[in-house]
Design a protein around this ligand. Structure first.
Ligand SMILES: Cc1cc2nc3c(=O)[nH]c(=O)nc-3n(C[C@H](O)[C@H](O)[C@H](O)COP(=O)(O)OP(=O)(O)OC[C@H]3O[C@@H](n4cnc5c(N)ncnc54)[C@H](O)[C@@H]3O)c2cc1C
Length: 397
């Protein structure tokens, strides 16, 4: 008879909770250790492309997330100064094209849905992991309070600064990408009516781009402004700054943006890091998942999507190889590393094209986007059909 595997997950973010849910549905015994004392509203908007929605479908929570998210018909790409429309990508067609919509959500809402769906998981807050150890047929997570958790498998879903990754593979600091970004959130009803915010928008200019899109059923507008700079290198979700940093950096950009910025009561500043892709995510009975395995720039909007896909694939591999968990981890790793690698490198390439400095290069790029929209076989502005069309549920059948 098969024994129920005991799995310890380090990190209760998007990837950790999704993994807990996926494994719970397959009958595993699960402990999640989250270092924060409780969930809070830290974090802002997340893009969930159709492949993320298909993973949420596998997890059984697609409808709940759709009910809390926002689905805009277009992503309107504009020129930084004039506001000229470069391209209008029809996101409204994604449902038919890829089998699921594109959604923008508040990170806190996604965590609420995932957490609310858990029934038997032992979710421990204020539980900070300081190291992991591999034993013969198990792993041990050591916590800051001196306690230990032994499990058949330890999953390091502890984000970009993963302690699990460090203790498995040694220190390899994330790579500063030379980009910083500011994040704000404005109440939609407070905004002047002549600023178009109902659809997702992306403004592309020299050395930077600005994205805004609705979340929480359109009640809030998430604003993220990116710029090439090495004046700031702290990777933090909680570092506040003054709006004047934006008005100075984007002086000369379109007045709609400069008028929009003051409507966010708080601005957060965040230096963007990623990691070079690696071939191995597991050692013994310890493995990595989500940003700990493949931290990437947010330019293809795939951070949460990749973590959700990882969760589905890992749980299926554990269920399929319940009698050989080493094989389960190998199967998971082999299935996920090529796709994660392509997403990391693709996101890097977008940074370059989003921030072109020369007007001539920008013009060539803009013509290319307009051409794709009208005549392309893949009509997505950034040629992401290969990402969006991946149905993890179908892969697992
Ligand atoms: C607070 C926060 C805000 C974010 N806001 C945004 C945003 O606005 N936009 C965006 O695109 N992406 C945001 N992200 C990143 C985004 O959530 C991830 O890129 C993506 O969802 C992949 O999720 P993940 O579970 O791999 O990592 P994360 O979502 O980063 O989750 C990692 C979790 O592990 C916990 N953790 C870390 N170290 C330990 C430890 N040693 N012991 C126990 N627990 C630990 C963290 O507290 C966190 O809850 C945010 C991440 C965090 C942590």
């Amino acid at each position: 008879m098969r024994r129920v595997p005991r799995i310890a997950i380090v990190g209760g973010g998007v990837g950790g909770l999704a993994t807990a849910l996926a494994l719970e549905r397959r009958g595993a015994e699960i402990v999640v250790c989250e270092q924060s004392p409780a969930f809070n509203e830290i974090g802002a908007g997340l893009n969930l492309s159709p492949n993320a929605l298909m993973a949420l479908r596998v997890l059984g929570v697609e409808d709940q997330v759709v009910a809390l998210g926002s689905e805009s018909d277009f992503l309107v790409i504009r020129s930084w100064k004039s506001g000229r429309i470069i391209s209008r990508m029809r996101r409204g067609a994604f449902r038919q094209q890829f089998g699921a919509p594109n959604l923008t959500v508040h990170r806190a809402d996604l965590l609420d849905v995932l957490c609310g769906a858990l029934k038997t998981v032992d979710l421990r807050f204020g539980a900070r992991c300081i190291a992991v150890e591999q034993c013969d047929r198990s792993g041990v997570a050591r916590l800051a309070d001196g306690s230990e958790i032994e499990a058949d498998i330890i999953v390091g879903a502890d984000g970009i600064h993963s302690v699990v990754r460090k203790t498995l593979f040694g220190p390899d600091a994330p790579r500063f990408t030379g980009c910083i970004c500011w994040r704000g959130m404005a109440a939609a009803r407070a905004l002047p009516r002549d600023i178009a915010v109902a659809e997702g928008a992306m403004w592309m200019g020299p050395h930077g781009h600005v994205v805004h899109y609705p979340v929480r059923r359109g009640e809030l507008i998430n604003i993220v402004a990116h710029f090439d700079s090495d004046s700031w290198t702290e990777e933090s979700w909680t570092r506040e700054c003054d709006v004047s940093e934006l008005t100075t950096t984007y002086a000369g950009w379109h007045s709609d943006l400069l008028r929009l910025y003051p409507y966010s009561a708080r601005w957060y500043k965040w230096a963007l890091y990623d990691r070079d892709p690696v071939e191995r995510w597991s050692k013994g009975r310890v493995t990595l998942l989500g940003d700990s395995a493949h931290a990437m720039l947010p330019y293809l909007g795939q951070g949460a999507a990749m973590a959700l896909e990882d969760a589905c694939v890992l749980s299926a591999a554990i269920a399929r190889h319940a009698n050989d968990l080493d094989e389960a981890l190998l199967t998971y790793e082999r299935a996920r590393t090529p796709r994660a690698r392509a997403a990391v490198l693709g996101s890097r390439e977008r940074a370059r094209e989003n921030h072109l400095a020369s007007p001539w290069s920008r013009l060539k790029r803009d013509v290319k986007f307009a051409f794709r929209e009208r005549f392309g076989r893949d009509k997505t502005a950034f040629q992401t059909a290969w990402l969006y069309g991946y149905d993890v549920g179908r892969e697992l059948r």
